[in-house]
Write a protein that binds this ligand. Structure first.
Ligand code: GTP
Length: 301
């Protein structure tokens, strides 16, 4: 009997670098990018995109990268990663069609199994347009052998749009039954600016303690074409904090930290938009902005 229930939930893509996770995310989401400030309180994850279909809503979340812990900070990060993996409803492990299954894939799988033993895993063999059928068949078998017989394997090409809907359907089938978390119409208003602000905010909070998140707001002041270059955008953003001590923390000694934040955020935004950007960040103090309705309005809350 066909399943006519609506399914909704959280999905994350994992895999070695360059395995096609972002490209597939974009192919699934299309032009719809989530307004992350409206994320449900049930999740602390950054939402990369929301896939709306008649029968399902998939919320694609970002997961911090896995790494071998060498320090206390490393351990803490891994705890965060563990929480993320165990909170999503399905994990999609991406392995390219044209690269042999290797120790990197096995290590990632071990980590996932260890951190989220109950979360279903789906194997995605990506970039299938790069290989012929003769090469694809053994790769599907190799991935199936890696994951075990209980896991579904889906071949896909994000760039050619082949099998993308099959990926959506298979992932959707692993999600719990339930209503959509987000209304359809929520997703398209100024998605890029909101997401840019969120990526900058994320980069600025990297490694800081729990207090700062509530005190930091990011506003995109201006986005325009870079003079003389069609392939580049200028983005000006303001980071609002509540106290001068916080300003110091964000900026760092001699501005070093802010420069790192800028670089990290720029990479993320360039990846998202597919264009080069010139990112300019300024930090301002807006005292008690959280409690001041006028300031809140200005900051877009
Ligand atoms: N031919 C082909 N190339 C692809 C496909 N999907 C991704 N690529 C290319 O593979 C490279 C890596 O893709 P990404 O989507 O950035 O990979 P990623 O896993 O998100 O990479 P990280 O951010 O490093 O983890 C890019 O050059 C993509 O254009 C595909 O379906 N076919």
């Amino acid at each position: 009997m066909p399943d006519t229930e609506f399914h909704s939930g959280f999905v994350c893509f994992v895999g070695r670098p360059n395995t096609g996770k972002s490209t597939l995310t974009n192919a699934m989401v299309g032009s719809k990018i989530a307004i992350t400030s409206s994320r449900p309180q049930t999740t602390r994850h950054t939402i990369r995109g929301i896939v709306h279909r008649e029968h399902a809503q998939l919320i694609l979340v970002d997961t911090p990268g896995l790494h071998r812990p060498r320090t206390l900070l490393g351990q803490r990060l891994n705890e965060l990663v563990r929480d993320t993996y165990s909170e999503v409803d399905v994990i999609a492990l991406c392995i390219p069609a044209d690269e042999k299954v290797g120790p990197g894939d096995r290590w990632i799988l071990e980590q996932i199994r260890h951190m989220a033993p109950k979360t279903p895993i789906v194997g995605l063999v990506t970039k299938i347009d790069k290989v012929g059928k003769a090469q694809l068949a053994p790769q599907l078998m190799a991935v199936s052998k890696l994951l075990g017989p209980e896991c579904e394997i889906v071949p896909v090409s994000a760039t050619k749009g082949e099998q993308v809907e099959v990926v959506v359907d298979v992932l959707a089938s692993k999600l719990p039954e339930g209503p959509a978390f987000y209304p359809d119409g929520d997703l398209t208003d100024e998605p890029e600016e909101t997401l840019m602000a969120e990526l900058i905010r994320e980069a600025a909070l990297e490694g800081l303690d729990d207090e700062m998140p509530h005190s930091l707001a990011v506003v995109i002041e201006e986005v325009r074409d870079h003079e003389g270059r069609e392939d580049m955008l200028d983005v000006h953003a303001l980071l609002y904090v509540e106290r001068s001590s916080q300003k110091g923390i964000i900026i760092g000694k001699g501005g070093a930290r802010l420069r790192e934040v800028g670089t990290a955020a720029r990479h993320q935004i360039e990846r998202l938009l597919g264009t080069k950007i010139y990112l300019e960040l300024h930090v301002k103090i807006a005292k008690d902005w959280q409690r001041d309705p006028k300031q809140l309005g200005r900051l877009g809350f």
